[in-house]
Ligand binder design. Structure first.
Ligand SMILES: Cc1cc2nc3c(=O)[nH]c(=O)nc-3n(C[C@H](O)[C@H](O)[C@H](O)COP(=O)(O)OP(=O)(O)OC[C@H]3O[C@@H](n4cnc5c(N)ncnc54)[C@H](O)[C@@H]3O)c2cc1C
Ligand SMILES: NC(=O)c1ccc[n+]([C@@H]2O[C@H](COP(=O)([O-])OP(=O)(O)OC[C@H]3O[C@@H](n4cnc5c(N)ncnc54)[C@H](O)[C@@H]3O)[C@@H](O)[C@H]2O)c1
Length: 444
């Protein structure tokens, strides 16, 4: 028995990054920890999110690099879909066992099943009840489904990431991260892709001129992008699917990806019974990640928050809770600048103050056309732009880039933003040359 005769000191619902990055070091310190998981250990990111997606994307990035270097390197590069999928399974399928092993080796008890709160300190899993001093809700999100006739004919991102054969024609509904990343992969692998945007814009939280660079590149590669188009019904028609729209008539396709967002897993958790407050955007927490019931916390995507619902955010939150539970901090959570990237080709990445905010605040925005940088000419990068945002003392406070190397550029600039480096600190940084890091810092 643990404190006050509870079964555990800390019990987590869900085993994704919102849990395991923090639960492992917490248990290693001797705290009695259990994790309840109803699906695959590791949750969305390793199994059906980031890791799975980037494995299928790796040949796309290479294909683009080779195409840029034509005629230095010539020859057709085609992506063999079954082989790409087999490779994904090789890289991904062992992750639940690997992460489960890390949990168990560090003393975390893994309980299989879906958990439900029955009281402030009790969770029911099947016909067993477990008690804990503190409970962490880290149940993540699930795919939103359009409420239209025939919606059951559509698929979600998890289905895409397990496709055994690539459909000849694919229709993607939505203009967010998932829609554009998976459309990029399907197009590169040879599918005839159509993207349906309900409004004029895609990726609304990103710098729109850079989003348009991504969309026009997709169009150049044969993707049809239809704006102001809402789907009103899906129908099965012989060997094809009909996509009925409000402005474009009926389209014919083989496979439909519903990428219209993800909703928090707040149902069937007993939240109402125990008095845990939540909204349509997730569980409500204070600046210590405590819910309206003080011994119950939330972590990761299921939180209703301003920060982007990404793996780095979930890791930061689980580490913060781990330190709180170990008695190492009583401070509120202090989020750093959290970067985000859309893994299209070119990539679109950003961190810190946005260009739109900078323009409102009167901050300095400096822009660079990527192909003008000598280093980018080595790989014949023909498109890309970035915007660097500075405060009155010329400290970098935000950055965004569209280019094949945008993720690495934004990653390398993070310390300048987070630690507010001035000319003295920046002058002490000597970068390997010639590299993308040297190129990125050379702009400051
Ligand atoms: C297709 C896709 C691609 C993505 N790509 C990226 C990317 O490139 N970079 C990035 O940073 N982020 C990416 N994300 C987002 C990233 O996956 C999430 O931010 C991250 O997984 C959040 O972790 P989490 O622990 O909060 O939730 P999850 O990883 O979703 O884990 C929640 C877990 O809780 C379990 N669960 C739910 N209810 C219960 C219950 N009642 N009892 C027990 N267990 C329960 C679920 O089975 C699940 O395993 C992507 C997401 C998707 C869908
Ligand atoms: N690279 C990454 O970091 C990455 C990749 C994939 C997913 N994610 C995460 O996964 C989550 C979900 O991604 P997502 O792409 O599903 O969500 P999203 O919110 O990025 O995009 C949803 C899209 O669907 C559209 N939409 C919503 N309702 C609609 C409707 N009724 N009809 C037509 N279109 C509609 C929206 O306008 C938007 O374009 C996000 O939290 C994101 O952070 C991150």
């Amino acid at each position: 028995m643990s404190v006050e005769n509870y079964d555990y000191d800390v019990l987590y619902l869900g085993s994704g990054h919102g849990t395991f990055d923090g639960a492992i070091p917490l248990a290693a310190k001797g705290v009695k920890v259990a994790v309840v998981e109803g699906g695959l250990i590791g949750g969305t990111c390793p199994n059906r999110g980031c890791n799975a997606k980037i494995t299928l994307d790796a040949p796309v990035a290479l294909q683009r690099q080779l195409a840029a270097l034509n005629p230095v390197i010539t020859g057709n590069t085609t992506i063999n879909w079954p082989a790409n999928m087999a490779h994904k399974h090789e890289v991904i399928d062992g992750l639940p066992n690997f992460i489960g092993g890390l949990l168990k080796d560090n003393g975390v008890e893994v309980i299989t099943g879906y958990g439900k709160l029955t009281a402030a300190h009790s969770v029911q899993v099947g016909d067993q009840t477990y008690t804990a001093d503190k409970i962490v809700l880290a149940t993540g999100l699930h795919s939103h489904r359009l409420a239209i006739p025939g919606s059951e004919l559509a698929h979600d991102s998890e289905d895409f990431l397990n496709l055994t054969s690539l459909p000849a024609r694919m229709t993607v509904i939505g203009g967010g991260y998932i829609a554009l990343e998976l459309a990029t992969i399907a197009n590169a692998a040879g599918s005839d892709v159509t993207i349906l945007l309900r409004g004029q814009q895609a990726l609304r939280q990103f710098h729109q001129p850079f989003v348009e660079t991504v969309l026009s590149d997709l169009t150049d590669r044969g993707v049809q992008i239809l704006r102001e188009t809402q789907v009103t019904a899906l129908k099965q028609a012989d060997n094809a699917l009909q996509v009925v729209t409000d402005t474009q008539g009926t389209l014919v396709t083989d496979w439909v990806l519903d990428a219209t967002g993800r909703d928090p897993n707040t149902q069937n958790l007993g939240l109402e019974d125990v008095g845990v407050a939540y909204t349509d955007h997730g569980i409500t927490v204070n600046d210590h990640l405590q819910t309206s019931v003080p011994n119950i916390y939330a972590s990761g995507d299921v939180i209703d928050k301003e920060q982007p619902k990404l793996t780095p955010t979930a890791i930061f939150e689980s580490m913060y809770l781990s330190q709180t539970f170990a008695g190492e901090t009583t401070e509120p959570i202090d989020y750093p600048a959290i970067p985000t990237v859309v893994f299209t080709s070119p990539r679109l990445a950003q961190v810190g103050v946005s260009v739109a905010q900078a323009q409102k605040d009167g901050a300095t925005v400096e822009t660079n056309h990527v192909p003008n940088d000598w280093y980018r000419q080595v790989g014949k990068e023909s498109q890309g732009d970035n915007a660097l945002i500075f405060d009155a003392e010329h400290h970098l406070i935000g950055a965004t880039e569209v280019s094949e190397q945008a993720a690495d550029v934004i990653n390398t600039l993070l310390p300048a933003i987070e630690f507010q480096y001035g000319p003295a600190e920046i002058g002490r940084l000597v970068h390997l040359f010639p590299t993308i890091g040297a190129s990125a810092w050379g702009q400051l």
